[in-house]
Write a protein that binds this ligand. Structure first.
Ligand SMILES: [Mg+2]
Length: 146
């Protein structure tokens, strides 16, 4: 595989706030991508508490960088690109088309909408919000990341 990187959203993608634990399949896909040598990033909304939670869930070691901010912007995604060799193929996985999918699209990434839970019915209202792929379980993302 050529060099690939995946930027994961945190809430309702890796972390399930309804069960206060990891999403089904979250650990498995992180481990599988890590085994394949894919570079992983996490972009989360929040503060120090969120960072603490990410640490307590044992997720820190998977990611080259973890970005935790009060709000998300395309700059978060650009900063991940800046940390990887030129030619790296970027993928972004998230549950909100109006947040991470839009930002990652703006950066030219392949976007994967994990359509689940609270924002499953929040459809794209512009081309900029349209994902490259739509999945309903995290396991489906693995075969799309090549
Ligand atoms: Mg989310």
């Amino acid at each position: 595989m050529s060099q690939a990187a995946v930027i994961f959203d945190y809430n309702r993608t890796i972390f399930d706030p309804d069960s206060a634990g990891l999403m089904p399949g979250a650990k498995a896909i992180l481990e599988a991508l890590e085994r394949k040598g894919v570079t992983l990033f996490l972009v989360a909304k929040g503060d120090d508490e969120r960072r603490k939670q990410i640490n307590q869930l044992g997720l820190m070691s998977f990611f080259k960088k973890i970005i935790v901010n009060q709000s998300k912007s395309a700059d978060d995604y650009r900063s991940c690109i800046a940390l990887c060799p030129e030619g790296t193929k970027f993928f972004a996985v998230g549950d909100r088309v109006k947040e991470e999918i839009r930002h990652a699209n703006e950066c030219g990434m392949t976007t994967i909408w994990f359509r689940n839970g609270k924002f499953a019915a929040e459809e794209p209202s512009a081309d900029a919000e349209r994902p490259t792929h739509i999945i309903s379980s995290l396991g489906e993302a693995e075969m799309l990341i090549v």
